[in-house]
Every structure is written in structure tokens, then in C-alpha cells.
Design a protein around this ligand. Sequence first.
Ligand code: PEP
Length: 248
Amino acid sequence: MRTLIAGNWKMNGTRAMLGELDRIAAIAAATEQVDVAIAPPFTLIGEAAAHAGAVMIGGQDCHSADKGAHTGEISAPMLVEMGAGFVICGHSERRAEFDETDAVVLAKAQAAQNAGLIAIICIGEDEAERDEGRALMVVASELDGSVPATATAANLVVSYEPAWAIGTGRTPTADEIGEMHGIIRAKLLQLLGEEGRGVRILYGGSVNAGNASTILACPDVNGALIGGASLTAEQFVPIIEAAANVSQ
Ligand code: PEP
């Protein structure tokens, strides 16, 4: 399974940031054993796709309908037309800020896959759920509710992102990550049969150049989804390099 290092620029980036993408693309082209992806804001997807080279460009969200009266929204076929290859579905910021339920995430992921995109479905507990010992249950239930039954290893990536680790500098221990990813793998096998064995499971939450090697070496960690440290080539490239070393 090829390691995937994906960056989520969130609501950051104007055209000036495309220079960072050029620098990331140069390293991605030279690092054949690792897949590299970036989700810039919608406004940059078209231009980013033209700059991207070996880097797959994607969206951070999409609507579940292909078109219609949904002011301000973007559909999966529109992302495809702009050159996107994937879309993030159900990021914890969307679940929390925009009340996205598992049913909404499922519909978005299904629309994305129908349009030919890879859906990167985010799941993960918040701090209270972890403190109450409910993290494993929350993650299993999010998988049950948001993974399309027809998903395949080619069009689904799952990203385990404990909300309390996003942007905080805190991460679970390597053992905790390994345990959670093992449970996610078992659940994917239950939901998708043998197809679930090939689905890449990313870890996301405060990954940086200092901790990437340890996290990427955990069992069933097939890559990482990175927010803050994906915004500059200086911070992102060492993570790609760490992934290349771990996957050797
Ligand atoms: C994220 O928002 O998906 C994320 C992992 O952010 P950060 O790397 O900044 O914690």
C-alpha cells in the first residue's frame, strides 16, 4: 500500500501561496514511493491543479447534490472539472462548525465517489468523548454512519483525526494510534469485506517534521492528513521525506 501524505490548507491561501505548491511538487516528483495531495481553498483548485505536477489536488468539502439551488455550495462534479482528484468529507471542523452529521458525510462521500473522486472521510473523537472512555465507540459509530457501502480501496481513504489533537500540538501516543487504527481496519473489513484491507487509513492531528516518523511507523497507519504543517514547503517536505524513509 502506498503511503499518502495529504495537506489541508483550510481557509488559508491566495495565489501567492502557489509558490509553496511548486516547491512541494518538486519534492513529490522526486519521491516516487509516496503519494502527495493538497486540498487548497476552492478558489485555488483550478490554478493549483495546473501547478501540481505529481501532487494530487482536492477539495475540502462538497455538496451531496450534483447541482441545484444551494447558494454558495460546490458539487463533486464541479471539483472534478477544476482538476480535483479527491475531496475531504466530514472534517471535524465541518462536523462541529456546520453540524455535519454522519448521514450528511455519507451523502457527500457517495456523491464524491459517484463523480470519480476519492473521498477522504474524517472520523475521530473529541476530548470529552476520549476522557469518558468512549473514543473507540465514537469512531466505530462514525464509520458505520459515514462510509458508503459501495466504497472501494480505490475511492476511499479514512483519516483518524482526534479533534483534541487538531492544531493543538498534542497527539495520542504511538500505542493509542496503533490501537485505534487496528480497530478502524477491523471495522472496514466488517463493512467492506476484503476491500477494506486495501483502504488507506491516515492519522491527522498535529503531525509535524518531529513526530512524523514515529506516527507513520505505527501499525495500520498508511499516511497522514496535515493541517498547519502543510502550509509551507519548509514544514511539509520533511514529512514527505519521513514517509519515504518509513516506507522503504
Ligand atoms: C486537520 O485539521 O486535519 C489537521 C490535522 O490539522 P493540524 O495538522 O494542524 O493539527
